[in-house]
Design a binder for this molecule. Structure first.
Ligand code: URA
Length: 430
């Protein structure tokens, strides 16, 4: 088999065989195929597309390129949750302790944030002492004891995705449904869970801005998983404004804890309860959304969260005492000098503003500051008077405050007519 012939075939819009796809993935990971040939193939795939069978084969070859986790030492049904990434998305921190209360086990591997979206691992690391690099034994033991654990992705899980994603990132080939689905699903398959729930974000702060493309991606990911014998489902959720009110690392931990205490913002609470419901229904556990809310109001989910923090080396007292978390005490409020209704928010710009304050990374090597971020004071549909601030920024000496203020001004659109607040739930794909 020659890479040249495979590139030419895809360039001409033809279908690749399973053997050709396996050859490409194996040879690229082992360094036999150079980056320039792989880049050409990725661009041909980007322009010509892949059908469902090709996408399935690509996903399976990628998943098998490294270690496939064997979760059999953990009894019961194992569930994984994946968000396609958003701004202020702390749902994992709320959903996991709640569904664990109904007997589901969640051994979750998470990533770090990049660009305008945050990552669960970064958020957790704002808790003093918290460890996310766990040995396999520790990971399994914590899941058995607490019901869930959250670890950073290990080095040898899907090496093909690491290498291919880095190339896609520099060759303008990220934004293709088949390539995104194979990248995401290969990691879920290697993670070893029996059932996977996706939270596919749609809107100005999401990777996918358009509902039809989000539905297409969700359906494709579900089809691949079904073909490989896994249960899966996708919730489509609105990312036309930040989720909840907090964007940043310590800030999002505080908001997650408040939500576990039953004091969360309504959009965040509604989305989390719904994701919990879909997870439990997917694995045939019959509970109502009321029973899920009761699990929160009883304080048991919060107790489980504290237990999880302690099991991973963190200080469990953070659930009662937020002063333990690193949070900047220097704040800047941003005022638009306009009055009217908030009509639109370019949420990606809010994410970038949080990043330039130091809460996120523009490139992988950047370090983040857990104590900075943005508190969103006004959301779509809210009325602002001339002097009302729309956000409160938590800043440090290293924050680029002027740029963040400009981004906030660019992000908010104020209109004269009243605007209906947005629905958080946009649908479910089974
Ligand atoms: N997230 C991933 O893991 N992979 C993609 O290709 C895009 C988003």
């Amino acid at each position: 088999m020659r890479m040249y012939d495979i590139i030419k075939k895809k360039r001409d819009g033809l279908e690749l065989t399973s053997e050709e796809i396996e050859f490409v993935v194996d040879s690229y990971v082992s360094g036999i195929i150079p980056d320039y040939q792989m880049s050409a193939l990725l661009m041909a795939i980007f322009l010509r597309g892949m059908n469902q069978r090709e996408t399935y084969d690509l996903t399976m070859s990628m998943a098998r390129s490294g270690e496939m986790m064997d979760l059999s030492p953990i009894d019961g049904i194992k569930v994984d949750k994946h968000s396609t990434g958003g701004v202020g998305d702390k749902t994992t921190l709320i959903v996991l302790p709640v569904v664990a209360g109904f007997g589901v086990k969640i051994p979750k591997m998470s990533g770090r944030g990049l660009g305008h979206t945050g990552g669960t691992i970064d958020k957790l690391e704002s808790i003093p002492g918290m460890r996310t690099e766990l040995t396999k034994q520790e990971f399994f033991d914590i899941v058995k004891k607490v019901g869930f654990a959250i670890a950073s992705q290990t080095g040898n899980l899907v090496p093909a995705d690491k290498k291919i994603y880095a190339l896609r990132d520099t060759t303008a080939t990220v934004d293709n449904i088949s390539l995104i689905a194979s990248s995401v699903v290969s990691k879920k398959l290697a993670g070893g869970a029996d059932a996977i729930i996706f939270d596919v974000k749609v809107g100005s702060g999401a990777f996918l801005k358009d509902i039809d493309r989000a539905k297409e991606l969700a359906q494709l990911m579900i089809n691949i998983l079904k073909r490989s014998g896994k249960l899966s489902r996708a919730v489509l959720s609105n990312m036309d404004q930040p989720l909840g009110r907090m964007v940043g690392n310590s800030l999002e931990i505080i908001e997650a804890i408040e939500t576990l205490k039953g004091n969360g913002p309504s959009d965040l609470t509604k989305l989390c309860v719904h994701i919990c419901y879909e997870i439990l229904d997917l694995v045939h556990i019959d509970v109502s959304e009321k029973q899920i809310m009761d699990e929160i109001f009883s304080g048991k989910a919060l107790e489980r969260f504290a237990k999880f923090v302690e099991a991973q080396g963190g200080n469990p007292k953070i659930v009662e005492d937020y002063s333990i978390l690193p949070l900047s005490n220097e704040t800047v409020e941003v005022n638009l000098n306009k009055s009217g209704y908030i009509g639109k928010i370019n949420t990606e710009l809010i994410g970038i503003a949080s990043m330039v304050l130091g809460a996120g990374r523009s490139k992988k090597e950047d370090t983040i500051d857990p104590g900075v971020g943005i508190e969103v004071l006004k959301k779509i549909g809210d009325y602002i008077h001339f002097n009302d601030p729309v956000v409160r920024m938590y800043v440090s000496k290293k924050s680029d405050v002027d740029l963040a203020i400009k981004l906030i001004h660019d992000a908010y659109e104020v209109v004269d007519q009243s605007v209906k607040p947005h629905e958080i739930l946009l649908g479910v794909i089974e």
